[in-house]
Design a protein around this ligand. Structure first.
Ligand code: 5RP
Length: 219
């Protein structure tokens, strides 16, 4: 299977994990798009979906899947999303598509987080993929200086505004040996809305598309 086929296979495997009659949290990106397309086939079996971005909301609606407001939902049994990098501890870097804040909110609410990814996303150490950090525009300079103090090289994502009206700094040059510690440290910097480390709330299960089929990895 090539990379796209691996993404599609992982996305289709996630469909088997959806309890009947539930609301499903849906991520953002090309792998999540395969999941949305597969979800369309079983839309009569779910009550609706929570979208992690405007793009995902549009794709869900286009398939006739009801998009609900997270504030009107008491329980979210499942969230399915891709990742830019993931370790065997199921710690992730996310935000390549810039949707990290809403993704982190939906992941926080969800009882179970299933990550769907192709083989290339599985890494021993996070950080080769630049870490996305969503920043309030007026704090961009200050946050960049604080990140440099921590050893990273922040680069402004050019021409990009998040769904929340903020900017993204992509942080290069990090070798993230302790993702929980760095996620916590970045959370303390005033002006950062969210950082793309998903380690304090990791995935619960990884469906990894590989050349030989879909592997299931749990911690
Ligand atoms: C978007 C994300 C995506 O999950 C991540 O970028 C992976 O994308 P893709 O499935 O296209 O490889 O975090 O903000």
């Amino acid at each position: 299977m090539n990379q796209d086929e691996q993404k599609r296979a992982a996305a289709h495997a996630a469909i088997q994990h959806i309890p009947a009659g539930c609301i499903v949290g849906v991520g953002t990106g090309s792998t999540a798009n395969y999941f949305i397309d597969a979800l369309a086939d079983i839309r009569s079996r779910i009550d609706g979906a929570i979208a992690s971005s405007e793009a995902t909301a549009r794709r869900l609606s286009g398939h006739g899947i009801e998009v609900m407001d997270l504030n009107n939902v008491d329980e979210l049994p499942l969230y399915v999303d891709g990742a830019d990098e993931i370790t065997s501890h199921l710690h992730m870097i996310k935000g390549g598509g810039g949707a990290l804040t809403r993704e982190k909110v939906v992941a926080a609410v969800a009882k179970k987080f299933i990550c769907i990814a192709d083989q290339s996303k599985l890494v021993d150490v996070l950080g080769k993929f630049p870490l996305p950090v969503e920043v309030i525009p007026m704090a961009r300079g200050y946050v960049a200086r604080e990140i440099i103090r921590l050893g990273g090289q922040p680069m402004l994502r050019q021409g990009f505004t998040t769904d929340n009206g903020n900017v993204i700094l992509d942080v290069h040059g990090l070798q993230i040996l302790n993702p929980i510690e760095l996620e916590t440290e970045l959370n303390q910097i005033t002006g950062i809305v969210t950082n793309g480390l998903f380690a304090r709330r990791p995935a619960d299960l990884l469906l990894l598309g590989s050349e030989g089929g879909v592997r299931t990895i749990v911690i």
